[in-house]
Write a protein of this length. Structure first.
Length: 236
């Protein structure tokens, strides 16, 4: 069984009495260590699908198997634990806390996990991750003192703090210039190929999608083509 399996997943939002069907029967498998791009027009349901994959929201119907477990069968505690230990998130808008240093931002998720680590060990772990993303000399900088690319690196370090096996990145380069985007995409590629992290990258940019091994397209609530390999090394 693959790491991620969706079976006939529907998602309908309700605005008062009005039903807004967004996902209309999505079936999808993503293997361990894949780097997949999810593409689609604005409003096509990319973020909705990511929120389901990230266990931030529930499907209206269908099955979601994550790491061999059907998530609707889990207790609230098991569900939260699976999300915290398995999935890291990176967003377009970085989502760092203002007036807070890079180190503190990376340490933040540890407040709710890995209670067995001492404060010193948490600092050490966060600092190691900031070095890993190339920010050794920005550890004590506050959010406002960092460039967009640096903020996204902090956000990537933060997403790794609980050693997730999956990274979900929703338009992670949407607010970055092309040179900085390339640096960030290289980092994702390395996290995938070296650290073996499964990555799902949402983008509406064909050039960004070329960094993936496979492109999944969503249109009118359905996946268009679920098996379009990208030639290895074709990224520019
Ligand atoms: P994308 O990320 O591809 O731009 P979204 O998943 O954000 O698309 O949104 C898909 C559709 O669902 C849009 O029409 C959007 O307006 C609608 N939508 C998203 N979130 C909600 C919500 N919480 N309540 C109602 N409608 C929503
Ligand atoms: Mg979106």
């Amino acid at each position: 069984m693959d790491l991620i399996e969706l079976k006939d997943v529907h998602k309908t939002y309700y605005l008062g009495e009005v039903a807004v069907p967004v996902l209309k029967g999505v079936t999808l498998s993503i293997a361990r260590r894949e780097l997949v791009a999810l593409m689609g027009a604005s409003g096509s349901g990319k973020s909705t699908l990511m929120n389901l994959l990230g266990c931030l929201d529930n499907a209206s119907s269908g099955e979601y198997w994550l790491d061999g477990k059907e998530i609707s069968k889990l207790t609230a505690k098991e569900y939260a634990r699976l999300r915290n230990r398995t999935i890291g998130f990176v967003f377009q808008s970085f989502n760092l806390l203002p007036r807070t240093t890079a180190l503190e931002n990376v340490m933040m998720p540890l407040t709710y996990s890995r209670e067995y680590l001492s404060e010193q060990q948490k600092r050490q772990h966060a600092a190691d991750l900031l070095r890993k993303v190339g920010l050794a000399d920005r550890i004590d900088h506050q959010q406002s003192q960092l460039s967009g690319g640096e903020q996204q690196r902090v956000a990537i370090a933060r997403s790794l703090v609980n050693q997730p096996s999956i990274l979900l990145a929703d338009e992670p380069t949407g607010n970055l210039d092309s040179r900085t985007s390339k640096e960030i995409l290289q980092m994702f590629q390395q996290l995938n190929s070296v650290d073996g992290i499964t990555i799902i990258l949402v983008t509406h940019d064909q050039e960004v999608a070329q960094w993936a091994q496979r492109i999944i397209r969503i249109k009118d609530g359905l996946l268009e083509d679920n098996s379009e390999p990208v030639e290895a090394g074709s990224a520019t």
